[in-house]
Write a protein that binds this ligand. Structure first.
Ligand SMILES: CC(C)(COP(=O)(O)OP(=O)(O)OC[C@H]1O[C@@H](n2cnc3c(N)ncnc32)[C@H](O)[C@@H]1OP(=O)(O)O)[C@@H](O)C(=O)NCCC(=O)NCCS
Length: 167
């Protein structure tokens, strides 16, 4: 696998075109809570992180400047210092270690700067790429949650993973 240097930074209003592009990928549509069809939707998606958790744009630097290639986030932070991790990468940038590298950076931020203790995530059992990202980023499997999700009338099992600050 080719590895690349990734950076995490805050999302900006001016990232709306990149967000709109990203959510045209069929397997990213469900990553947003509502359809992202217009630039206004994309701006709304960026603004929706305010107060909901910490989301970072994943960017890579190249000859033409920086390029937004994904998102990593910690949400649902509770009083037990636990948070919920999610990630996505645009199809054109996949298979280069970007999700793993970005998730590792998010983990370091969450433990070292945000002071969290436990980070959880879940992936459908038919999403092996996400399972691999979780495992490579140090999230141990903790079991299957049967029939947890329903998409288009079909139920999906979800595997829960977690990483502790002490792992
Ligand atoms: C899952 C996702 C984030 C991976 O992004 P990525 O940048 O391509 O991931 P990486 O390159 O860091 O690593 C992917 C790993 O998964 C593996 N992988 C990719 N597709 C796979 C598949 N179909 N089956 C098994 N492993 C697979 C890769 O080989 C790699 O592992 P390796 O380093 O051991 O070879 C990306 O595919 C995505 O955004 N998918 C749609 C959204 C999503 O599913 N998000 C997670 C929701 S829980």
């Amino acid at each position: 696998m080719i590895s690349v240097n990734v950076r995490l930074r805050e999302w900006r209003d001016s990232d709306a075109p990149a967000v709109l592009d990203a959510f045209q990928a069929p397997d990213l549509r469900r990553q947003a809570a509502w359809p992202i069809i217009t630039l206004k939707d994309a701006r709304g998606w960026i603004a929706s992180w305010e107060g909901a958790g910490h989301a970072f744009a994943v960017v890579i630097d190249g000859a033409g400047g920086e390029r937004v290639v994904g998102n990593v986030a910690v949400t649902k932070i509770d009083t037990h210092d636990t948070g919920w991790v999610s990630y996505w990468v645009v199809p054109e940038a996949r298979g280069r270690g970007i999700a793993v590298a970005a998730t590792e950076k998010l983990v370091r931020w969450a433990f070292d700067e945000r002071g969290l203790y436990r980070l959880e995530l879940g992936h459908r059992t038919n999403n092996p790429a996400s399972c691999r990202v979780a495992t490579k980023a140090g999230f141990r499997p903790e079991g299957i949650e049967r029939g947890k999700l329903r998409h288009d009338g079909v139920r999906y099992d979800v595997e829960r993973h977690a990483r502790l600050a002490t792992d």
